[in-house]
Design a protein around this ligand. Structure first.
Ligand SMILES: NC(=O)c1ccc[n+]([C@@H]2O[C@H](COP(=O)([O-])OP(=O)(O)OC[C@H]3O[C@@H](n4cnc5c(N)ncnc54)[C@H](O)[C@@H]3O)[C@@H](O)[C@H]2O)c1
Length: 381
């Protein structure tokens, strides 16, 4: 099988889809790997290291499978070889124009974010591997912005109490943010609308914040459902009060394919102590704080609100390494005994991750998103 790694076209993306270590393993299995010149530059991997690992530096021409990190631009789609398979983050629920372009180009596309989150597919779970990087990094940003220590310090000049950190949303990113804040010595509290998470929060040595907002909000596939307007209001009001005691708030709450829930209101920010820090990891989906400006750092009423975008790309070496291993696991699944491409659509992982095939959009969520976008366009014209 010929596997190709293109340059990432999205401005500022520093990750690369395959790292030399993984290329060595793929070459060992008899695959041919081609990397576009400079593809590893952002992750500080020069072409020579790819070559040492067994890859050729060249073009995508003739590739059976193209692996990338971010969704392709229209130009990237045009450059895909005829009949090829594409694997990468494809934003099937939020980028309908990309999905449509892939379908029209006849590409068989697999979205890493659509891989079913079942035990068998854990090694391919790129949402989790990249969310861990984001959660870790978010805590470091908070520590950097805070004009106070995270750990308790006992010094000759007196004792400093530990910082109080609140993590809202305890999925993969939130749990990593909690673990990182604990390692830095902070006193950590967390909240999630899925009450099943309480045990995981406590197992990391953090306290679970009890907010009375009504029913548990665990929905299909272990994800959270969107709160009703009444539940959302109750959550915001309860949080507004709780926020007064925290130095740092890290927010990671998301609902797949929906705008990020607003947890921290303007009034909540005004309740926080001067010098406190909010790191909003949900900026790409609009933010969990009403005042968040995605991609910016602002100061409101002496509270710093940071909304970093694409944090995994700021740690490109390990983010690429983990992503690369996720990709390799998926490649193993679609490789036959002779090393040939073997797509078994009876396999729930292969079928679940497939977004476009034979000129059609085959992923239910992507179909809905593409349909909704068409209706909006027709309505506007
Ligand atoms: N392979 C696997 O089996 C596997 C791997 C990773 C995650 N999962 C599961 O997938 C699910 C989602 O995890 P994720 O990290 O992708 O989540 P996510 O990134 O979609 O959302 C982050 C967190 O925000 C929470 N949230 C949503 N609305 C909220 C609100 N109003 N207030 C507070 N919190 C709110 C969610 O419950 C979730 O924990 C979890 O059940 C997780 O255990 C399974």
């Amino acid at each position: 099988m010929k596997i190709a790694v293109p340059n990432e076209s999205q401005g500022g993306e520093r990750r690369v889809a395959l790292v030399p270590d993984v290329i060595k393993r793929l070459s060992g299995k008899g695959h041919e790997v081609v990397v576009e010149s400079g593809a590893g530059e952002g992750a500080r991997i020069p072409d020579a290291l790819f070559e040492e690992a067994g890859a050729k530096i060249g073009s995508l021409e003739g590739a059976d499978v193209v692996v990338r990190v971010t969704p392709p631009s229209a130009d990237d789609v045009e450059r895909l070889p005829n009949g090829s398979v594409l694997i990468g983050f494809l934003a099937p629920l939020t980028a309908p124009e990309t999905t449509r372009a892939l379908a029209s180009a006849g590409v068989t596309a697999f979205a890493m974010e659509a891989i079913p989150r079942i035990s068998r597919a854990q090694s391919m779970d790129a949402l989790s591997s990249q969310a861990s990087v984001g959660g870790y990094r978010a805590t470091l940003i908070a520590a950097q912005e805070l004009g106070r220590f995270f750990p308790m310090l006992t010094t000759a000049a007196g004792t400093i109490p530990p910082a109080k950190v609140l993590v809202l949303g305890a999925g993969v990113a939130g749990l990593q943010a909690i673990a990182t804040a604990k390692r830095l010595g902070a006193q950590v509290t967390a909240f999630d609308v899925r009450s099943g998470v309480k045990e995981q929060v406590q197992s990391l040595g953090a306290k679970f914040l009890e907010l009375d907002i009504g029913a548990d909000a665990e929905a299909e596939g272990g994800y959270a459902r969107e709160l009703t307007p009444e539940e959302q209001k109750a959550q915001q009001e309860a949080l507004n009060e709780a926020l007064t005691e925290f130095d740092v708030v890290i927010t990671t709450a998301l609902i797949p394919g929906r705008p990020a829930p607003k947890l921290v209101t303007e009034a909540g920010v005004h309740n926080m102590k001067p010098g406190s820090v909010i790191v909003d990891l949900a900026g790409e989906a609009g933010g969990n704080c009403e005042l968040t400006k995605p991609g910016e750092t602002i100061v409101e009423d002496d509270v710093v609100i940071v909304s970093p975008l694409n944090l995994p790309s700021t740690m490109p070496e390990h983010a690429s390494q983990l992503y690369s291993r996720n990709i390799m696991s998926l490649l193993d699944l679609i490789t036959g005994e002779e090393g040939e491409l073997n797509l078994n659509f009876d396999d729930e992982v292969v079928a679940g991750a497939c977004v476009t095939r034979e000129g059609e959009i085959v992923h239910e969520g992507a179909k809905k998103a593409a349909g909704a976008a068409t209706e909006t366009q027709q309505g506007a014209s």
